[in-house]
Design a protein around this ligand. Sequence first.
Ligand code: IDP
Ligand code: MG
Length: 153
Amino acid sequence: MAAKTERTFIAIKPDGVQRGLVGEIIKRFEQRGFRLVAAKFMQPTEALCKEHYIDLKDMPFYAGLVKYMSNGPVLAMVWEGLSVVKIGRLMLGETNPIDSKPGTIRGDLCIEVGRNLIHGSDSVASATKEVALWFKPEELVSYTSCAQPWLYE
Ligand code: IDP
Ligand code: MG
């Protein structure tokens, strides 16, 4: 049961919002069977974006990345389900859309690595860290999904 409540942090980046892809992206997570636990439409501060990408601080694209991420509204979300971290990453596609297969979000909807639409946690540990960075505990909504017995045996 515990694995079915695995959580991941997914954020639709400013290009995804500006290009009107919020519905398309949410649809894919809903249709796969994942459960929305939290969602917050927000303008992230530069400080939050810096912290979120702190592991990349020595990369040449770090400053541009922080500017891109903090340059418009972001839809921050928490999704839950069995292996949601791994499946979420598969749904996103590769970091560089050029390497992303058709059928993935990046492989279907964007072209360049610096405008790759969406963030998804890359491990259970980073998911825990990122959920805590973007959300207060009380912003995570607790409810029972009626689809549960039709998704899991
Ligand atoms: P991920 O988003 O697939 O986990 P990371 O390697 O963690 O990829 O990089 C974080 C973000 O930094 C990417 O999603 C992308 O927006 C940006 N990024 C990564 N590599 C480059 C690059 O070479 N040029 C510009 N931006 C990059
Ligand atoms: Mg990453």
